[in-house]
Design a protein around this ligand. Sequence first.
Ligand code: C5P
Length: 406
Amino acid sequence: MTDTSAPLVSLRGRRVILGVTGGIAAYKAVEVCRRLVDAGAHVAPVLTDDALRFVGALTFSALASEPARTSLFDGPDPIPHTRLGQSADLIVVAPATAKLLGKYAAGISDDLLTATLLATRAPVLVAPAMHTEMWEHPAVQENLTTLRRRGVHVVDPEAGRLAGGDEGEGRLADPARIVGAVAAALATGDLAGVRVLVTAGGTREPLDPVRFVGNRSSGKMGHAVADVAARRGAAVTLVTAADHPATDVVEVVRVETADEMADAVLGRFAEVDVVVMAAAVADFRPKATTAQKLKKHDGVPEVVLEPTPDILATLGERKQPHQVLVGFAAETEHVREHAATKLAAKRVDLMVANDVSAPDAGFEVDTNRAVLLYSSGSAEEIPLMPKPDLAGLILDRIVESLKGNQ
Ligand code: C5P
């Protein structure tokens, strides 16, 4: 089961103005609003007249942190735009129509949203959505070039189904991506602006509807890496097979099997800078699974196993020079030798090797001891320490590696 609607956290206390303009994708802004609130942001919605043709202000008022505003003149505040603009930590416009982009690029202020955009010094993000012909029109593209030059962040649209049954580029970016971009734009810390994907936990490979082949991984190490990376400013996606609550990450994808983890990780790889594969992905799974529970009276089943996809090895093949890939090697003997072989075979930059036969390190416990092996051939012995401390140390090495890639 893959759940991409799990709560998102990391914008605690940040004041975000959500501008909504009049396109069919305005209904998706409801989801953006909900995710921003779930992420801890204080959300103030501002809807244009045309947005109100597609969605109701009441929907946003009910979900956001304060009532939706729709006009420069309808409230008690005589100058709402300057107050909104000055108090914002960030403004995100989703969807942003061609009309909004044109007015913003030209400096035209004729409603509350455009007035607020001109009255702010906060970072601004626009997530355009429109038909492909409009998206590709030189006027729209030139307006975007102007806005980008002025420091506006653009969350590019995706290709897919558009209004009226058409297909093509111009569909509003996925709400999770928009919220991730908001988090990245607001981040501070040595990983600010870095997109990190972390996997955690042990996958479960079903044998029948109630039984599975699993392992002893608790997910503590991976969740620690995700939490510490988020606290240091990274936009973190956590793909986890563990039950822990995830804190301070931008996106949580809950998975069960190696196949589900592979889909979640490979589908996001092109958009991230760093992958830390801390998950204990099952190497084998039952070749056959039954739809009904295996019954005792049918005799002892013969379980035949087959290999799972090696996610890390696939990432190693697809890795671009700017990306940093970190693997974990849980070993019970010849730790360094086995881990060094995996480092080379899977083409990772850093392999974190640990001896999981030791009672105070590895699976299920709160502490870990590791050897860090680098693609350069060097190695570093890390003494026993709490998992969040080891996470911090691994992230220090990742920061150095990212600097080296620049
Ligand atoms: O070969 P081994 O399973 O020991 O390698 C461990 C590393 O490879 C871990 O980082 C783990 O997340 C990753 N892995 C994977 N896909 C698999 C098995 C392991 O990505 N099917």
